[in-house]
Design a protein around this ligand. Structure first.
Ligand SMILES: NC(=O)c1ccc[n+]([C@@H]2O[C@H](COP(=O)([O-])OP(=O)(O)OC[C@H]3O[C@@H](n4cnc5c(N)ncnc54)[C@H](OP(=O)(O)O)[C@@H]3O)[C@@H](O)[C@H]2O)c1
Length: 442
C-alpha cells in the first residue's frame, strides 16, 4: 500500500471537530477505498486547552495556522477557520506557495481570493478542493466541475442559506414574525449572533459567485451580484404569496443571457407545487439547467458539522486517490488563465414577472390610479386584487392592500411605476416588490 496521506487541519470548530472524529472512526474503510491511509498529523486552532470532544493525542499542535502551513509534515492543508481575510487567507496562501494540496469549506475566502488561489494551485501543480464551500454536503461543485463537462449551462439557482430558509419556513408555517423567527434561529444555533451576513444575502452571494464561475467559465465576480436580503419580508407577503399559490424563498440565481451573465440574490416567489418550494428549514437545494443533460436538482443538508465534514472528506479522499502532480480537473472547472472576463448582463425583462404589494388609503379612484401607473410604464398585469389591510400593519386603519402580479417586465419599469405611485398621496407605508421565478422542470 502507498504511504499514508498526511493531513493538517486548521480550525477545530463545528466542521473541524466532526472531520477529526469521522476520519478516526472510518480509518480502515478509508484506507481500502483510497488505496492508502488518511492520517491527521497536525492541527491548529486558537485555544489549545479547549475540550473539543475528539482525541488529538499523537497529533502535532501548531499555535497558528500559518506555522502549520509552513512547517508541518503534511501533504494536505485543510482550512476550516472561516473568513475572507486573516488566518484563513494567510495560511492557505502559505500552504499553496509551499506546494501543499489545499481543501477548504470557506466560500468567503474563495469569493474574494479564488482567482488568485486557483492560479497559484495550478502553477504549483497541486489540488485546491472546496466541495463544502457551497451548499454544505450537496456535491454541487463536483457536478459542475466534472460531471457536466461538455454541457452548456443556461441557469443555476438554489436555496443556499439554511438560516434564511429556516426563518421563511417558520414564518409561513407558524405565522411568526421575521424578528421572532430570527431569535429562534439564533437560540437553536442556526444563525450567528450577528446574523446580517446570512439574512442580507451576502453568504448566498459568495456561494453564487463560485457556482457562476464553474457553470459559465467566467472569472469570479462576487461584487457584481444584485443583492437583497429577507429582513423586510412580512407575514402579509407570505400570506399573499400563499393565496396566489406561491411560497417565498431566498434564491441565488445565475443565468446566461444574450448580453452577459446575470447574478442575483433576492427573496423570490416560487410556485407552491414546485419541488424547490417544498425545500424547508435548513435544507439546501441547487438546480442546474443545461443543454445536454437537461434539468438537475440536488436537495440535501446545506450545513452542520457532519454533513459539511462529509464533503471535506470527499475532497481529501480525491487527493489521496490522485497521482503526484496529477491535476485531473482545473480548480475552477476551466484553467484559471482561460476563464473569460465576467460581463454583467444588461437589464432585461424578468420572465417570471413581479409581485407588488401596496398599502393604500381606502378612497375611491385609488385602484384605477394604480392600474394607470402600471400601464404608463408598459407593465401588463396578470392579476390585481384588493384585500382588507392586515391588522398587523400599523397604519392599517382606513386603508386596504392592493396585490399586483405582473407579466414579464423590466426592473426599470417596475421601479418607475413604484416611484410614480410613491408620489401619490394615497400610499401608506413602503411598497413591497418580490420577483417571481418559475422553475423549468421542478
Ligand atoms: N458550520 C457549518 O455548518 C458550515 C457549513 C458549510 C461551510 N462551513 C464553513 O466551514 C468553515 C468552518 O466553519 P465552522 O462552523 O466549523 O466554524 P467554527 O465552529 O467557528 O470554528 C472555527 C475554528 O477556527 C478556529 N480559528 C478561528 N480563528 C482562528 C485563528 N486566527 N487562528 C487559528 N484558529 C482559528 C477556531 O479556534 P477555537 O476553537 O480555538 O476558537 C475554531 O476551531 C467556515 O469557512 C464556514 O463558512 C461551515
Amino acid at each position: 500500500m502507498a504511504d499514508a496521506l498526511k493531513v493538517g487541519i486548521a480550525g477545530l470548530g463545528t466542521v473541524g471537530a466532526s472531520l477529526v472524529r469521522i476520519i478516526g472512526a472510518r480509518a480502515k474503510e478509508l484506507s481500502i477505498t483510497c488505496g492508502r491511509a488518511i492520517e491527521i498529523t497536525a492541527v491548529s486552532a486558537r485555544d489549545r486547552s479547549r475540550d473539543r470532544g475528539v482525541d488529538l493525542s499523537g497529533i502535532t499542535w501548531f499555535d497558528t495556522p500559518d506555522a502549520m502551513a509552513q512547517e508541518a509534515d503534511i501533504d494536505v492543508f485543510v482550512e476550516l477557520i472561516g473568513g475572507a481575510e486573516g488566518a484563513a487567507d494567510t495560511s492557505v496562501r502559505a500552504a499553496l506557495r509551499r506546494g501543499l494540496h489545499v481543501v477548504t469549506a470557506n466560500k468567503a475566502l474563495l469569493a474574494r481570493h479564488g482567482m488568485e488561489f486557483a492560479a497559484l494551485a495550478e502553477d504549483k501543480g497541486v489540488l485546491l478542493n472546496f466541495e463544502a464551500a457551497v451548499a454544505g454536503g450537496i456535491p454541487v461543485i463536483k457536478a459542475l466541475r466534472e460531471s457536466l463537462t461538455g454541457n452548456k449551462v443556461s441557469r443555476v439557482y438554489g436555496i443556499m442559506n439554511g438560516t434564511c430558509n429556516y426563518i421563511l419556513t417558520r414564518m409561513e408555517k407558524e405565522g411568526l414574525t421575521f424578528e421572532d423567527c430570527l431569535k429562534e434561529a439564533q437560540r437553536l444555533g442556526y444563525a450567528e449572533a450577528d446574523p446580517a451576513f446570512d439574512i442580507e444575502g451576502n453568504d448566498t452571494a459568495h456561494k453564487l459567485a463560485i457556482l457562476t464561475t464553474l457553470a459559465f467559465g467566467t472569472q469570479i465576480a462576487a461584487d457584481q451580484i444584485y443583492l437583497e436580503g429577507i429582513s423586510n419580508i412580512s407575514i402579509e407577503d407570505i400570506g399573499a404569496a400563499a393565496d396566489l399559490g406561491y411560497r417565498i424563498k431566498l434564491l441565488g440565481v445565475a443565468q446566461r443571457t444574450d448580453s452577459g451573465i446575470e447574478q442575483r440574490v433576492h427573496p423570490t416567489m416560487v410556485p407552491r407545487d414546485s419541488v424547490i418550494a417544498q425545500v424547508d428549514g435548513v435544507t439546501n437545494a441547487v438546480a442546474i439547467e443545461s443543454d445536454i443533460l437537461g434539468e438537475l436538482l440536488m436537495v440535501g443538508p446545506g450545513a452542520g458539522g457532519d454533513a459539511t465534514a462529509s464533503a471535506v472528506l470527499g475532497d481529501i479522499a480525491d487527493i489521496a486517490k490522485s497521482r503526484p502532480g496529477e491535476q485531473r480537473v482545473p480548480v475552477l472547472g476551466t484553467p484559471a488563465k482561460a476563464l473569460a472576463p465576467y460581463v454583467r448582463a444588461r437589464m432585461r425583462s424578468h420572465e417570471g414577472g413581479y409581485f407588488i404589494r401596496l398599502t393604500v388609503a381606502d378612497r375611491t379612484g385609488v385602484f384605477a390610479s394604480v392600474a394607470s401607473r402600471m400601464a404608463e410604464n408598459n407593465i401588463s398585469l396578470e392579476s390585481i386584487v384588493q384585500r382588507a389591510a392586515s391588522q398587523t400593519v400599523a397604519e392599517a386603519r382606513d386603508s386596504k392592500t392592493i396585490i399586483l402580479v405582473t407579466h414579464a417586465t423590466t426592473e426599470e419599469s417596475v421601479r418607475n411605476a413604484v416611484s410614480a405611485i410613491k408620489a401619490e398621496s394615497y400610499l401608506v407605508g413602503e411598497p413591497q416588490v418580490i420577483r417571481i421565478e418559475r422553475p423549468k422542470a421542478f
